[in-house]
Design a protein. Structure first.
Length: 376
């Protein structure tokens, strides 16, 4: 008996390793570098007449976005991308020229981690820089005439209290542009205050900045733009065949019918657009009972955020005990709770369970963002 269960476990595991995409017929839907501060087994024959339903809860979860240096897209922890041409937004720096005499920079990191960092200035004679912590006695680059009411530019002065007020803090340098890092260079006491505004290229959520070259799909601070060829929040499509001018209503009849009947939320609207035939076969396959069973399996897997055998099985010493969070829905759709038969039935794309399995796979692959936390 122990040997037979091991056989079942191996067969189940094999059936859940890959998903067949064949059934899917879904409708296709000058910036400077950023500156940062300082066995063999006993065969078991399957009866010809089997209960119907979705497979062994083989509900894949979406793979996290892949970060690949050199693909021309800044993603993940990348600070730039080597495939972006120099001078374009997101290009990796090869050198870091100074922003000002007191704003020298150094190249840090390589490849897609390259960035320019500010170097903290120090009191050094004859480097044309008078840091805020220095004065004329500790650095001959500092003006000895600060406060005489005249801006002596040849001495490195940029302001005079009585002529042109000197900025005294980073806050005073705020240019009201969320896409720049504002920093005060020099100091008011040396009459050489200077504001540096460095463009931000990092794509950071909730910083109110949409960097050059970014869009809503990679930075939530960017507004969705219909017509840019990227499907973003609030859009059903963008630039796809049959997509309307407002990126909301696909022109294809089946998609529109699916949306009108089942598109109560963004998740289902996206599913209707990207997985049209699969959604209709699961929600409207011609048999009310099968429709209910199929959609119940899909929704349970999403809501419980379980994947593969975890939806159906509770593992006990390597054995599958059908008591997972969606085991009731899966057993109903398959017409059995026998793990071996459940697995085999799910591999049939024409079964209720097979339809649920493939609908889930398409939904996860194409609508993870719209379905939000409901995606496992």
């Amino acid at each position: 008996m122990r040997h037979l269960w091991s056989c079942f476990a191996l067969l189940l595991g094999a059936s859940c390793q890959a998903y067949d995409e064949t059934p899917l017929k879904a409708a296709k839907p000058s910036v400077s570098a950023s500156v940062q501060e300082i066995p063999t087994s006993t065969a078991t024959e399957i009866p010809e007449q089997q209960p119907d339903g979705p497979s062994r809860a083989e509900m894949p979860h979406p793979e996290p976005p892949q970060t690949r240096c050199g693909d021309g897209v800044i993603s993940g922890v990348e600070k730039c991308d080597t495939a972006i041409e120099a001078g374009e937004a997101g290009a990796c720096p090869s050198e870091c020229p100074p922003l000002a005499a007191c704003a020298k920079r150094v190249l840090n990191g390589t490849a897609c981690q390259a960035e320019c960092l500010l170097v903290e200035p120090s009191c050094v004679d004859d480097d044309e820089c008078c840091p805020g912590s220095c004065n004329a006695s500790s650095d001959n680059d500092c003006s000895s005439a600060c406060g005489d009411g005249k801006i002596d530019s040849e001495l490195g002065e940029t302001c005079e209290p009585e002529v042109k007020p000197c900025e005294e803090s980073d806050k005073a340098c705020d240019d009201n542009d969320p896409c720049t890092k504002d920093r005060l260079l020099g100091s008011a006491r040396n009459c050489n205050s200077l504001c540096a505004h460095t463009p931000i290229s990092e794509r950071i959520a909730n910083d109110k900045c949409c960097p050059s070259g970014a869009d809503n799909s990679v930075d939530g601070d960017c507004a969705s733009v219909c017509g840019n060829g990227v499907r973003e929040n609030g859009e059903d499509c963008d630039g796809d065949d049959g997509c309307s001018a407002d990126c909301k209503s696909p022109a294809q009849v089946a998609q529109m019918s699916c949306i009108e009947r089942f598109g109560d939320d963004e998740c289902m609207r996206c599913s209707c657009v990207q997985c049209t035939e699969l959604v209709l076969s699961c929600w409207d396959g011609g048999d009310a009972t099968r429709n209910q069973q199929c959609s119940a399996v899909v929704e349970c897997g999403m809501q419980k955020q379980c994947t593969a055998e975890d939806c159906f099985c509770q593992s006990t010493e390597g054995l599958c005990v059908p008591s997972g969070p969606c085991s009731a829905e899966i057993s109903a759709a398959a017409g059995t709770s026998d793990p071996f038969f459940v697995s085999a039935i799910g591999d049939d794309p024409n079964s209720t369970l097979g339809r649920a399995k493939n609908t889930t796979a398409c939904r996860v692959q194409n609508c993870a963002k719209e379905c939000g936390a409901a995606v496992p």
